[in-house]
Design a protein around this ligand. Structure first.
Ligand code: ZN
Length: 163
């Protein structure tokens, strides 16, 4: 069997009671107990804002919105993590299936599973529980779309007195 989510190999560890206190019920059950949120119930399956998704437990940046796609499965899906250092992949034979579990490599949080039916360029589908993630919108200025800087008051011509 795979090691537990509070295995000593993870750099970020907290006593179970602290996780329980720090996290909401669903976040705790998913990340620390490997539960799965019900499809189409999470915050992010239909969330398309630009930004990045971090581990809800330790804040490690895991996925970028650029790699998010609609897999139609009811969970947020990504074809690639921000890099291959942030994710741990483990064989998972629970529920009579052979799957690959993915966890946060920093704190061992259960995130979801990775499947090999994703889109190009990786062909992978990281099927992640919304409850394992927190979202940070792209900072202003890095936004791909318009950056209107027209909020500065324009000097009204004619009112300035010229001697
Ligand atoms: Zn983490």
């Amino acid at each position: 069997m795979s090691h537990s989510t509070d295995d000593p190999r993870y750099p970020v560890r907290k006593p179970d009671a602290q996780w329980r206190q720090a996290l909401g019920e669903i976040e705790y059950q998913v990340t620390r107990k490997a539960a799965t949120e019900r499809a189409f119930t999470g915050r992010f399956w239909d969330h398309w804002e630009g930004g990045h998704y971090d581990c809800v437990c330790c804040g490690t940046r895991l996925f970028h919105s650029k790699t998010k796609f609609d897999a139609g499965c009811g969970w947020p899906s990504y074809w690639e993590p921000v890099n291959d250092q942030v994710i741990e992949a483990l064989p998972d034979r629970s529920h009579g299936m052979v799957r690959v579990e993915v966890r946060c490599r920093q704190c061992g949080a259960h995130l979801g599973h990775v499947f090999e039916d994703g889109p190009h360029p990786t062909g992978l589908r990281y099927c992640i529980n919304s409850a394992s993630l927190s979202f940070t919108a792209q900072p202003a200025g890095q936004a791909a779309e318009s950056t209107p800087a027209d909020n500065t008051p324009t000097p009204t011509p004619g009112t300035g007195s010229a001697p």
